[in-house]
Structure formats: C-alpha cells, structure tokens
Design a protein around this ligand. Structure first.
Ligand SMILES: Cc1cc2nc3c(=O)[nH]c(=O)nc-3n(C[C@H](O)[C@H](O)[C@H](O)COP(=O)(O)O)c2cc1C
Length: 323
C-alpha cells in the first residue's frame, strides 16, 4: 500500500482524490468516494445559496464519517460566486477536512479565513507559476492538472507538468489529468506525485449519479473523442465529442458571437444531459483517458484494482532486468 504525505495529511486509505465535478459531486457521490477510501471533494458551486450549501454539507456529514473536502470554484462563472459565503458555512458547520480551490490564484482573505479556522487547503491549477503562488499563499498541497484531463485545462501535459512542479515545490504534489488506472497511478508516483486525482474514471462507476446512457456512451469513446473548447476566450475546457461540442467548436472557429456559443455550453444543458441521458444535448468535461476505461465498477473496485495494478507493476519492474 502506498503511504504518502497526502494519505497522512487527510487520513485516507488510498492516495487518491475524487475530483470535484459540477452537477455530479454532491453529498451522495462525495460520500461514496470517501467511503471507498479516497478523499471525496464536494462541489460548492452546485448550491446557489448559503442555506442550500449548508443543507448539502450537513447531508454529506450524515453519509460518511471519513475525511472529505469541499471545492471552491474560482473559474469565471455565469453566476458570480462569492466564495466567502461558502467559507463562512464551512467554518460554522465544521467537519470538513480540507478545502480545494480551483481556477485562479486562491484569494488571500479566504485562505487566511480558512487557515485561521484550522482547515487544510489545496489548490488545483494547470501551470507551475500558479502552483508556486498557491504555495506562497499557504496551501498544504497542490494539484497539477495536465492537458489530457477533463475540464478546465492548460497547455502542458501531465507527464511534463508534474515532475516540473515536484522539482520546485516543497508542498506535496497531486497529479491529475489522464490518470484512470494503475499504470497512470504508478507513472504519477514515478514523477514524484504523492497522490492522484481522478475525474473521468469516476464518471463510469455505479455510484456516479448520472444517467446510465451517458456512462454507456462514454464507454464507447476512444482517446481521440474529446475536444478542447473555449480557447478563444482563454477558458479552455476539454469535453467529450458529441453534437453539442461539435456545434460549439464550429461556432468558435467561425468567430461567432460568444452568446451563441454560450447557449450551447451552458451548464443547464449539461445538467439536463446528465439527468435525462440525452447524450448530445450539452457539453460534458471528459479526459483523453476515456479511451482506456471499458467498464462500470463500484468506486471501491476502481480504487482497489488501481492500487493492486500499480503495486504489481512496481514489483515487476523492480525484479525485471528488462522492461
Ligand atoms: C464531468 C466533469 C466535471 C468537472 N467539473 C469540475 C468542476 O466543477 N470544478 C473543478 O475544479 N474541476 C472539475 N472537473 C475536473 C476534475 O475535478 C478533475 O480535475 C479532472 O477530471 C481530472 O482529470 P481526468 O478527467 O483526466 O481524471 C470536472 C471534470 C469532469 C470530468
């Protein structure tokens, strides 16, 4: 079993974090991930008001006695987010092991507020410059998220980004982007990461609360079936190739009005797609690793098999005189 500074920091069984996923990582799925031995991360941006967020947090606490985290979203959003309101609830309610910020540099006042309340902090970013400024701001760990991953990506692949971050950071590094099995996990450890964060792999689990039609559709996708969108507005997201993504890409390359693109990529379409199984209705963040995911398992099966595979490869490599 792999023990690292991250497993110790959060008191988790596996060196794995379940990535925050909008409309998906509510209380139930976050608890499922934590109960399976990883660190579940609940999305706060799913809950538009302080009181809805408070209710979700209470529900999550009732569903697990294991460590979990909450994500504060710093990406540009249609609905302006005041993360101080979520931070207040986190401090008032207690029981949250860590807060993850993702997107821009974590605001100093929120960092001070949460650290003052004894919370552990993580920041997820797509380049080393932002990782260094997050470390300077006082976070306890940084997730480096590579180009092949699902969601808001930068320009650098996981294979180049993670070792570069490990070389310059003192805090532990978590690797994300394109990791979906034990091979990816062991590769991330070889690069110096102390945990991996999974998004797309967890979409195809039994507990994941999205339509089975969406899961089945993803199972048929290859590594070439994702597309980066919204690069023209410096907010690139990697999504699964479907009718909505192709239409949005077409409009974007034709220089269409942003409002027309927005009508397609709006979160409300994604939400309906996930709930109703209309696989072409909206855009869905998805990793190139979708090409190596071939089955729907429980979260615990994903984790145990991933660790067992990573351990088996490490043993084989250690005893082999030829790879
Ligand atoms: C469907 C989906 C929704 C996501 N939503 C968010 C989000 O709301 N906030 C965020 O910080 N990251 C989000 N992500 C990114 C994940 O948290 C994680 O960083 C990423 O999926 C890891 O890469 P992988 O998909 O290659 O495993 C999302 C990813 C997916 C697949």
């Amino acid at each position: 079993m792999f023990r690292t500074r991250i497993t110790e920091l959060f008191g988790i069984e596996y060196p794995v974090l379940g990535g925050c996923m909008q409309w998906i990582t509510g209380p139930e799925f976050t608890a499922a991930v934590s109960n399976a031995g990883a660190l579940g991360i609940m999305s706060s941006a799913m809950f538009p008001t302080q009181e809805e967020f408070r209710a979700a947090l209470r529900r999550l606490k009732g569903l697990t006695d294991r460590s979990f985290a909450v994500n504060l979203n710093l990406f540009p959003a249609l609905r302006p987010i005041d993360n101080r309101l979520y931070a207040e609830v986190i401090l008032e309610e207690g029981g949250v092991a860590a807060v993850e910020t993702s997107g821009h540099r974590p605001p100093e006042d929120i960092v001070a507020m949460l650290k003052g309340g004894g919370l552990k902090l993580m920041h997820k970013c797509v380049n080393v410059r932002h990782a260094l400024s997050a470390q300077k701001a006082g976070v306890d760990a940084v997730t480096l998220f590579g180009y092949e991953g699902g969601g808001h990506i930068g320009d650098v692949s996981t294979l180049s980004l993670v070792p570069r971050a490990v070389d310059v950071l003192d805090v532990p590094v978590i690797a994300a982007g394109g990791i979906a099995d034990g091979r990816g996990m062991l590769a991330a450890f070889s690069l110096g990461a102390e945990a991996v964060l999974l998004g797309t792999r967890l979409l195809m689990t039994r507990e994941c609360p999205i339509s089975g039609l969406v899961k089945e559709n993803l199972l048929t996708a290859a590594e070439t079936d994702t597309v980066p969108l919204l690069g023209s507005v410096h907010n690139t997201i990697r999504v699964i190739r479907n009718q909505a993504a192709e239409k949005a890409a077409e409009l974007e390359s034709a220089g269409a009005d942003f409002q027309d693109i927005l009508a397609i990529v709006a979160g409300s379409n994604t939400r309906s797609m996930l709930e109703r199984g209309e696989v072409d209705l909206g855009v869905l963040a998805c990793s190139q690793s979708v090409g190596i995911i071939h089955d729907i398992k429980t979260v615990r099966e994903v984790l145990t098999e991933m660790v067992a595979e990573a351990e088996a490869i490490a043993r084989r490599l250690a005893s082999a005189d030829r790879v």
